[in-house]
Design a protein around this ligand. Structure first.
Ligand code: DAH
Length: 335
């Protein structure tokens, strides 16, 4: 004859199969195995039995307990798995979904400074130059020394260099101009050399309408036989016109840079007849050629450098250079 708890155990599987959620399973479990269950009551009565009957009764109790526990565990597993499946379905993200297109898709475009850089590269590649790059962290040798700026030279002070706390004091720095790339190129290549090197440059400047502490320059370098200041002036004129239009003129004004001799600054003409300063240039100083193992008796060169951000400011007549780094899409999307 079946005991009450054995009947409950036999029905357990069927009852639990109908349970709709984990709370219902817990309620049934309490009813089957909890303190007020028929099972617990039978277990308590075990001690009243004769020792002879006790073992057999214990085995029946155990078998029933195992049956009930297994049924509860199976119900839990079923509901947990289906609960997870339901949650996954509810939370599903369809990454392939395309919203119905109500307006034409807006495409992004390159930053105006990147556009200016690309355009400059195109113009110079069209004139037979190749494009090179150098590291943004430089040593004093490349940033100054090899460019004919020894450590006592006052020009070092004018660069507002940002030093890196590495090695000897003032030995490692964020490059303050792209001119060190000239040195790296001449060290590694034999003339004739026609190269431009655009890239990021850094100075301890407070950002204002015309300055950024991290900005972009492009360096130009030509080394060949019989190169003259006339070649330099012609090259600058050519790229200025290619970039700004045929009606724009350029001019050189005497200036001073330690790495060129003679040195000049170059300006471009504005529609109102005034001149705007763009950058520096000159004939590569014989010391600089020698520093790179190039014989200044045999080879001459010219070099130039200017700010790409500044150029973009002029081209688009932008009032404040900081707009380039504010990341305001309303501003950037105009270009
Ligand atoms: N490196 C200079 C600067 O940052 C610009 C410059 C002047 C570059 C004359 C040159 C040059 O190559 O010949 O102010």
């Amino acid at each position: 004859m079946m005991e009450g708890y054995e009947k409950a155990a036999a029905d357990a599987e069927e009852r639990l199969a109908a349970a709709a959620d984990l709370d219902a399973v817990a309620a049934i479990e309490r009813e089957l195995l909890g303190r007020r269950s028929k099972f617990t009551e039978a277990k308590r009565r075990l001690s009243d039995l004769d020792p002879g009957e006790r073992a057999a009764a214990g085995r029946r109790l155990n078998a029933a307990r195992e049956q009930m526990e297994a049924a509860v565990a199976a119900a839990r597993a079923r509901l947990t798995a289906s609960g997870r499946a339901d949650r996954y379905a509810a939370e599903r993200l369809d990454l392939t979904e395309r919203l119905p297109q109500t307006a034409p898709l807006r495409r992004g475009h390159f930053h105006p400074v990147t556009q200016a850089r690309d355009r400059l590269e195109d113009v110079f590649v069209g004139m037979g130059y190749t494009v090179a790059e150098g590291p943004e962290v430089e040593s004093a040798w490349y940033n100054f020394e090899a460019l004919n700026i020894p450590d006592w030279h006052p020009a070092r002070g004018s660069f507002d260099t940002i030093f890196v706390n590495l090695g000897e004091p003032e030995e490692v720095m964020l490059r303050s101009h792209t001119s060190p790339v000239q040195i790296r190129i001449m060290e590694n290549r034999k003339p004739p050399i026609y190269v431009v090197a655009p890239g990021r440059t850094f100075r301890a400047d407070t950002a204002d309408a015309t300055h950024l502490p991290a900005f972009n320059q492009i360096e130009g370098l030509a080394v060949d036989r019989n190169i003259t200041m006339g070649d330099l002036a012609g090259t600058i004129d050519e790229f200025v016109r290619a970039l700004f239009g045929r009606e724009v003129k350029s001019r050189l004004r005497p200036s001073y840079f330690p790495f060129t001799e003679p040195s000049a600054e170059f300006d471009i003409s504005r529609p109102d007849g005034s001149w705007l300063e763009l950058g520096g240039c000159g004939m590569v100083h014989p010391n600089v050629l020698s520093n790179c193992g190039i014989d200044p008796e045999e080879w001459q060169g010219f070099a130039f450098g200017f700010g790409i951000d500044r150029l973009a400011v002029m081209r688009h007549e932008i009032d404040d250079i900081r707009e380039f780094v504010n990341n305001d899409v309303r501003f950037l999307s105009q270009f």
